[in-house]
Ligand binder design. Sequence first.
Ligand code: ZN
Length: 385
Amino acid sequence: MPADPVAIARDLIRCRSITPQEGGALGYLQSVLATAGFTVHRMTFAEPGTTPVENLYARAGTEKPNLMFAGHTDVVPPGDETTWHHPPFAGELAGDKIYGRGAVDMKGGIACFVAAALDHLSAGGGKAKHGSISLLVTGDEEGVAVNGTIKMLQWAAERGETFDHCILGEPSNVEVLGDTIKAGRRGSLSGTLIVTGRQGHVAYPHRADNPIRGLVTLVTALQAPLDEGSAHFDPSHLEFTSVDVGNETVNLIPGQARARFNIRYNDCHSPIALKTLIERRAQTAVAGRVHYAFEWQPSNAEVFLTKPGPFTDLAIAAIAEVAGRKPKLSTSGGTSDARFITKYCPVLEFGLVGQTMHQVDECVPVADLATLTAIYRRIIEKYFG
Ligand SMILES: [Zn+2]
C-alpha cells in the first residue's frame, strides 16, 4: 500500500515546532524513516548567542547518484490562536482541506516527499535499488538560519557525503500546483548610511552643520535604478526601511542622521561590486560636501541561479505529466535555504501552493498533497529510471 501523505502531514502539524523548538516533529520523522530502512542521523547545532537547534539527515543507499530532498519542520508562530477557525496545531481535516500552521510551509511538502521516498524504498524491498535517496530536514529555517541547513551541509561534507541534485520542498507555486519552479533566488544585502554634521542651536544654523540635508541628497541619489534585470532575474532594487535622527527637541540641530536600507539584487552583481557601486554613487552625489559613512551588515544570502539543463528538464517533465501543466522557472521572492544548498549541488524549489503560508487558518487541499506526492514519485522514477 502506498504511503499516505495526508496522515504524515496531520501528524507533523500536531507537533508544536514553533521555531526554534523541535516540538516532536523530527523525532516523528526519525521513527517513520528508520522503520522504512533509512539510516537516520540527528544533530544539534549551536553557536554563541543563538538557541541550539535540532536537525535530521536520513539516507538510504550508499551509491551515487544521491538525490536529496530538503526542507524544514520549524514553523512561524501562530499569532493569536483564538483568531484561527481551526486550531493551528490540531491538523484538522475540514471539507477537502487540512488546516494548521505549516500546512503549506512546509510540513505538507515534507509529508509528500517522505511518502514518495517511503514508496521508493518499499518498491526496492526496504532498499534503494539504484543510487541513494536522502532527506535533509532542519529545525532552523524560519529563525536566524545559522544552526540548520548551512551547518548540516558542512557536517555532511566532513563525513564525505556528496549530493548530486536537490529538490527543496518550499511552497513554490503561486496560484495552482505545478505553475512555478524556483530555480534561483536574488541576493539580499543590508546597510546603514550615517551622515555626520555638527550639532547646534536651531536659531544659529551658521554655527552648525545639519546632517539631514546631506542625508536627503544621498537617499535620493541611491534610489536610482541599479540595473535593467537579466535573462532570469527582475531588476535589482534598493529600498530604504528607516530614517533615524533620534532628536526629541525642537531647538536643536542634530549631530548625526542615519538611514537603513536593504537591496535585493540579481546576477548582474556580486556583493562586493554592489557595495562599490553604492559607495561611488554616494561620492558622486555629494562631491565631498557631506561627511558620511556606510556600515554594511554581514550577509549570507548571495544571489544564485540553477542553470537550465537535464535535471530541470526532468522536473518540468514530471510536473507536466502529473499536474498537466508546464511550470515556469522563477527567481522571485525572498531567500530560502536553497542559497546554502546551491554551493553543494544544483537545487530546484518545488512544493505546494504558497497562498496561505504564514497566515491565520493556513491550509492545504488534500488533493494537492496527493498530486505533489505523485510528482515527487515521478521525479524519483525518472531520476533513477
Ligand atoms: Zn518555508
